[in-house]
Design a protein around this ligand. Structure first.
Ligand SMILES: [Cu+2]
Length: 443
């Protein structure tokens, strides 16, 4: 694979499409048709634990070369896509449009995959580093010259070219030895796709999504974000400080500016999808919602974590007052959406300053429509310019999704019968430094 320039880092992401129920509300409303992009290394935990089923946020730095493989563990027989195929379509980065777009049009190559367990064979013998022969349950689909993925659905997946086939022995010989160990029963075959993505400039946050079921699959979870960080950045769990490979909430450690004069070094990051047109709950944040119907009837307590319902089910983002905060927002929906963070302003164009060098276009609500993306820097950081600690609600500002003066359900929400407006709450600042011992200003 070509790198963008010498010295660029190669980052590998082995992504697997998984079909799993996703719990949307604390009360247990669940999307039984849920589907997610998962890193192969996280897949087993996500199958096992409902709480870990989250949208995929991955990161790269300007100039990196991102090597993505995609395979599918979705199943046939679904209501929307009875014959399962899926893919990943990326925006904004540089890629080969004929083979890495995800979209298959005109003379482009096929870039979607069938679920490998339906159409590909399994290893009948373990494979060790250095081996060049694969024993398989079936070899009839292969031809010399085609490329085979070995270890489909695992993080050890590797791609080789078939040079010859022995039908009697049910083996194939590959042109180069494998580097990894593969155990018996691992899957090997042609249902994989590789997408090299080249983010060569400050692209900020980038939408990627399945392009077979299109907008219909988005609301079930077949969406993700690739966030492009400043050169030399590393990404960390805000609580443990450990480096992380994915996740919506991260600390970005860097000595390079994201936005000169606005974010000049390390910052806290929240990857946030406003994701709508969904069943069983129409409006969600990162596939979670806190419907008013599930909250206290006492209007004084409805939005309070001191209510019997406690904290909301939507993600809670924490920072110290004054910390630099960057929200990476994409609107995943088929219409408009409004994102509002109470007590804070952000900037329509964070890299734009006027002739006096003053940041322009401060706003307190972001209106966006299908696939629009924003990198939102909080003016003054967490707690605003006065660095006031406290809990702040963030929410969908659209009336049918979040009645603004809700002393009860808004008429329109009630009319939609059973579709509760999402509280989509809460933005929470830690009041005590001891809660987050691992935040560091720079690596
Ligand atoms: Cu798109």
């Amino acid at each position: 694979m070509r790198s963008v320039r010498s010295g660029a880092a190669l980052q590998t992401f082995n992504i697997v499409g998984i079909g799993v129920p996703i719990q949307i509300t604390k009360a247990g409303q669940t999307d039984l048709g849920g589907a997610l992009f998962a890193l192969a290394e996280d897949k087993d935990n996500m199958y096992a634990d409902m709480d870990l089923r989250e949208l995929l946020a991955i990161r790269g730095n300007i100039g990196d070369c991102l090597a993505v493989t995609y395979v599918s563990e979705l199943t046939d027989g679904g209501n929307e896509v009875p014959f399962s195929k899926s893919n990943i379509h990326i925006h904004h980065v540089q890629f080969d449009t004929q083979a890495s777009d995800g979209v298959i049009s005109g003379f482009s190559f096929e870039q979607s995959v069938r679920p490998y367990k339906i159409v590909d064979p399994q290893l009948t013998d373990a494979v060790n580093p250095g081996d060049t022969v694969l024993a398989l349950t079936n070899v009839t689909k292969f031809q010399p010259g085609v490329w085979i993925g070995i270890g489909l659905g695992t993080d050890g997946i590797e791609i080789r070219q078939i040079t010859s086939i022995n039908t009697l022995a049910s083996t194939v010989t590959i042109s180069q030895p494998v580097n990894n160990s593969h155990s018996i029963n691992e899957w090997a075959g042609t249902e994989f796709v590789q997408y090299p993505w080249l983010p060569h400039v400050e692209l900020d946050n980038v939408f990627f999504h399945d392009h077979v079921n299109g907008v219909h699959g988005w609301s079930h979870g077949m969406v993700g974000q690739l966030v492009i960080e400043p050169e030399g950045s590393t990404y960390h769990d805000p609580v443990t400080g450990a480096q992380i490979k994915s996740g919506a909430i991260a600390d970005i450690h860097t000595n390079n500016p994201l936005i000169p004069g606005v974010i000049d070094g390390s910052f806290r990051e929240f990857v946030l999808w406003t994701i709508n047109d969904h069943t069983p709950v129409e409006a969600t944040l990162n596939l979670r919602a806190e419907p008013w119907a599930d909250r206290s009837l006492d209007p004084a307590l409805r939005f309070s974590s001191n209510s019997p319902q406690g904290d909301p089910f939507t993600p809670i983002f924490r920072a110290y007052a004054g910390d630099p905060v960057v929200i990476r927002n994409i609107n995943v929906g088929q219409g408009t959406n409004v994102l509002r963070i109470e007590g804070h302003r952000t900037f329509w164009e964070p890299r734009f300053t006027n002739a006096l060098g003053i940041s322009s276009s401060p706003i307190d609500a972001i209106h966006s429509t299908v696939s629009e993306k924003y990198t939102l820097v909080l003016e003054g950081g967490a707690g605003g310019p006065n660095h006031i600690p406290g809990d702040y609600i963030y929410h969908d500002g659209e009336n049918r999704r979040f009645p603004k003066r809700g002393m009860g359900h808004s008429p329109r929400a009630t009319q939609r019968g059973g579709e509760p407006p999402a509280i989509t709450r809460s933005w929470q600042y830690s009041r005590s430094k001891s809660d987050l011992p691992h935040w560091r200003a720079a690596p």
